[in-house]
Design a protein around this ligand. Structure first.
Ligand SMILES: [Zn+2]
Ligand SMILES: [Zn+2]
Length: 272
């Protein structure tokens, strides 16, 4: 069993029926809940983004950023599972900063919902363009987690984005590959100006030389040549989009190098 799946199995076994208290409120779970580890009341409080107001970045409220920007975007769109409210901040904090691994499966399953929504959305677009092709279904070819720096990895012990992508990868049978590496640590982006963020991000990511052959083989094997390659960048949170855009630009460059047209999407657990 690979390391990737052993943590998942471990995580799933933590949700075994032997009534453990709710992961988030600590109360006893009675009856069934749509999500593992949380009680029905907590599950019902999840602020799902069911239909985004901004079709570009998936934001649930009006979005001046996307309407103002005239720059071409390296991603087709971002979709997020939930709006980042105070509850979700607490859940992410438990998972990411306090290292509570039981959240990985829960958050991963929530991200899976966002994937299904994206899939449905893309399928209906395909269908409206080519109504004769009823059987055609949309799915991603590859998941690429946003990498963290080595020092972050040491400190945290895991890459939170990779763990979320693991859940999705296993449920939807879409491969995951660490196509990118983080070349330097950029600090907290939300306190910086737009110009600072852009400058910071420009060299923050690079192609991961360890997987380039694997990537080339995968593309050759998996992707029919009559359509662009669909790659989804996976991360925990979308705030300004600068991280996702920086990653997408590298992926677009890799596509050019290999001679593939790539459609880059991003799926993030929360949209702030
Ligand atoms: Zn609860
Ligand atoms: Zn937007």
């Amino acid at each position: 069993m690979s390391a990737m799946f052993s943590w998942l199995t471990k995580a799933q076994s933590l949700f075994s029926p032997s009534a453990s208290p709710c992961l988030t409120c600590g109360k006893r779970i009675s009856g069934s809940s749509p999500f593992p580890g949380v009680c029905r009341i907590c599950a019902e409080s999840i602020p799902w983004i069911r239909s985004p107001r901004c079709l570009k970045c998936g934001r649930h409220v009006g979005c001046p950023d996307c309407t103002r920007s005239t720059e071409p975007s390296p991603i087709i769109c971002n979709r997020s599972a939930v709006a980042y409210n105070s509850d979700m901040r607490e859940w992410l904090g438990q998972y990411k900063y306090r290292g509570n691994e039981r959240y990985a499966l829960l958050l991963g399953l929530m991200l899976d919902r966002a994937y299904l929504t994206l899939k449905k959305e893309k399928q209906s677009t395909l269908l409206s363009r080519e109504p004769s092709i009823i059987h055609r279904s949309w799915s991603a070819d590859l998941l690429v987690p946003v990498p963290v720096s080595d020092s972050r990895l040491m400190e945290r012990g895991f890459n939170q984005a990779e763990r979320l992508a693991d859940v999705l990868s296993r449920r939807r049978k879409v491969q995951q590959l660490p196509l990118l590496i983080r070349t330097h640590h950029t600090g907290k982006q939300s306190f910086k100006s737009r110009a600072e963020r852009l400058a910071d991000m420009k060299h923050a990511f690079a192609e991961n030389p360890a997987v380039t052959t694997q990537f080339a083989d995968l593309m050759k094997r998996e992707v029919p040549l009559n359509r662009p390659v669909r790659i989804i960048i996976v991360d925990d949170i979308y705030t300004t989009g600068s991280t996702i855009r920086a990653c997408a630009e590298i992926i677009q460059q890799i596509g050019l190098d290999y001679g593939y047209t790539i459609e880059v999407y991003s799926l993030t657990w929360a949209r702030s």
